[in-house]
Design a protein around this ligand. Structure first.
Ligand code: ZN
Length: 116
């Protein structure tokens, strides 16, 4: 077994209990800090992407209002369809919410954006 602290990875002395994953409490603590850093970084990335998509929707809404327009306009700007913050049933459609905007894509490749 080697120490699970990513920057240590020393061989654990064989006399240590088989369940031990770290040389000592310090390695345990430092690895926990690294995991915390990773989590914060990925949170930041998700937040940045969310802001990017929201800005994209805002721009389109400024341009098209709540009218239908070609969904390719968003595709060309690398719309991320996987990020949503909620779902709202409005006007008989299922809108996908991102921040203060929501959109629905219809079968004919038209999209409608509303401001919440
Ligand atoms: Zn260690």
């Amino acid at each position: 077994m080697i120490c699970s602290y990513r920057f240590c990875q020393q061989e654990l002395p064989s006399w240590l209990n088989g369940n031990r994953r770290y040389c000592n409490d310090e390695c345990n603590y430092l690895e926990r800090l690294e995991r915390e850093k990773e989590k914060n970084l990925s949170k930041k990335k998700v937040l940045a992407e969310l802001n990017r998509i929201q800005t994209l929707l805002r721009k389109c809404h400024v341009q098209y209002g709540s009218s239908l327009f070609d969904v390719n306009v968003l595709r060309e700007q690398h719309m991320n369809w996987t990020i949503i913050t909620g779902i709202s049933k409005t006007e008989g459609c299922e809108f996908r919410i991102i921040g203060s905007y929501a959109y629905v894509v219809f079968d004919d490749n038209q999209i409608k954006i509303i401001q919440l």
